[in-house]
Write a protein that binds this ligand. Structure first.
Ligand SMILES: NC(=O)c1ccc[n+]([C@@H]2O[C@H](COP(=O)([O-])OP(=O)(O)OC[C@H]3O[C@@H](n4cnc5c(N)ncnc54)[C@H](O)[C@@H]3O)[C@@H](O)[C@H]2O)c1
Length: 442
């Protein structure tokens, strides 16, 4: 198959409005981090768009520009922030409350910029996240009314802030588990379901639909259903608007998608993988409700099976016991601690163990992913690349892929795919790692 022609990428001129649904730990850490970086008061560590380079051509050519110099990304100074939340706290209060950043060093220094980000009222229904009790919600009960109100918010924000382009990212709480059903088969059914106030149409789906109706790329940082059902997926493809999801790949799953491919690469067996962690932020509190945890569990459990392909390797992975637990433990706040016990087998079936103890910071890991996603989905929009952005799988626990395809979870295959997509966008050669040419004249 020949490579399709590279697209023409429109320049990133004018202001980019970034709309975060949810102004909690992740969103406030994202905003603060970008504002600190803009002022030279912090470094955007963890962000590929800000720190990463990309090799072009042969290894002998010595061409490895910064990604930000290679592709025309929006400048951080052109970003304008908008948000919705169930609580009225501005980004200053939200960041202080989240307890992720040091107040003196990383909040007070940019307090003016943070105070300016005041959330719009949320489209919210308690049944989708019952551990939340905020009252900064739209006084509308019908789904149609909520959808229209979100669309109005988007357009008002665009006008008030003179934005050239917008992107939306779901950084709100994980909603209860909903399987794609009758309401999601096509747009007609989805429209009817909205009018019927169908329970399987959650607020997140309304934000996503509103974004697509207004021509705004949508990214889903949480594991709940959004654009990963036929109706909205097909609509995004038809309107040529980028969509991506779902569930930021940060702590334990990030480790899993590095370690499991290593086991498989070496043909080492696996008999069990027990993952547990403690987390004390608001996210942990929402996930303490079983219906919300189920959404997260589904997202976390699928990874091993997709990577290890037990049907192809029954002797190695045919009988794996996989367990994932999240325990709400307030004293730790955002500083999650994860433990993994991995029982593996080697030559002749001899057992071995790997233990991983990751003392991470949830939002410190998630914020750079959110930044990259908004910048890359804006880039995709300007390159005319609508629909599912599989090249952004790198950022997600449950990457959205074309129907019938299995997702690629291996972090380094995902990175290769992302960088090859950037090379293709800019008309550079793909890097295949074949490298025969280095040995031709030896
Ligand atoms: N931090 C990580 O490492 C990580 C990794 C993967 C996924 N996530 C997901 O990212 C999301 C955000 O995480 P967080 O730590 O910032 O959580 P958080 O609880 O601090 O913030 C979420 C915010 O969303 C708001 N919210 C809930 N429903 C809303 C609605 N319908 N409209 C507008 N606002 C709404 C809540 O009031 C809250 O302030 C969660 O779903 C979490 O599961 C986080």
């Amino acid at each position: 198959m020949s490579t399709p022609p590279s697209p023409t990428v429109a320049p990133a001129s004018g202001r980019l409005g970034v709309l975060t649904v949810g102004l909690g730990a992740v969103a406030s850490t994202l905003i603060a981090g970008v504002e600190l970086t803009k002022r030279g008061l912090g470094k955007p560590i963890g962000s590929l768009t800000q720190m990463g380079t990309i090799r072009l051509g042969k290894r002998t050519e010595d061409r490895s520009p910064l990604i930000s110099e290679f592709v025309p990304l929006a400048a951080l100074s052109d970003i304008v922030w908008g948000a919705w939340d169930v609580y009225p706290d501005d980004a200053y209060v939200a960041a202080s409350r989240a307890g992720v950043l040091e107040s003196g060093k990383h909040i007070e220094a940019i307090s003016d910029a943070l105070r300016e980000v005041r959330p719009m009222q949320a489209a919210f229904e308690r049944k989708y996240a019952r551990n939340l009790d905020g009252e900064h919600v739209k006084p509308i009960s019908s789904k149609r009314g909520m959808l229209n109100a979100i669309r109005e918010d988007i357009n008002k924000f665009r006008e008030d802030n003179k934005c050239e382009r917008l992107v939306m990212i779901w950084c709100a709480s994980t909603e209860i588990f909903i399987e794609p059903g009758r309401a999601h088969v096509d747009l007609e059914a989805f429209e009817k379901a909205i009018d019927a106030d169908d329970e399987t149409v959650s607020p997140c789906q309304l934000y996503a639909y509103a974004a697509l109706l207004e021509g705004v790329p949508f990214n889903n940082g949480a594991p709940n259903l959004a654009v990963d059902a036929p109706a909205l997926r097909m609509f995004a493809t038809e309107k040529n608007i980028p969509i991506s999801g779902k569930d930021f790949k940060t702590g334990q799953t990030l480790m899993k998608t590095v370690l499991a491919p290593m086991l498989k690469a070496r043909m080492l067996g696996l008999s069990g993988w027990y993952s547990t962690n403690i987390l004390g932020n608001r996210d942990g509190e929402v996930l303490d409700a079983p219906e919300n945890f189920k959404t997260k569990e589904e997202s976390k459990l699928g990874v091993l099976e997709d990577i290890l392909q037990p049907a192809k390797y029954p002797d190695l992975y045919g009988d794996v016991f996989h367990k994932v637990q999240i325990n709400y433990y307030p004293p730790r706040g955002d500083n999650k601690e994860g433990w993994d016990n991995i029982d593996i087998t080697g030559w002749l079936g001899y057992p071995m163990q790997i233990k991983v103890n990751f003392l991470c910071r949830d939002s410190i890991l998630a914020a750079p992913l959110a930044l990259d996603l908004v910048l890359f989905s804006d880039l995709a929009q300007r390159a005319g690349m609508g629909g599912i952005q599989e090249w952004l799988s790198f950022y997600y626990k449950s990457p959205q892929v074309a129907p019938g395809l299995y997702p690629e979870h291996d972090l380094f295959i995902q990175l290769t795919k992302l960088k090859n997509t950037l090379r293709w966008m800019m008309g550079e050669d793909q890097i295949t790692h074949l490298g025969r040419e280095y040995y031709e004249d030896l």
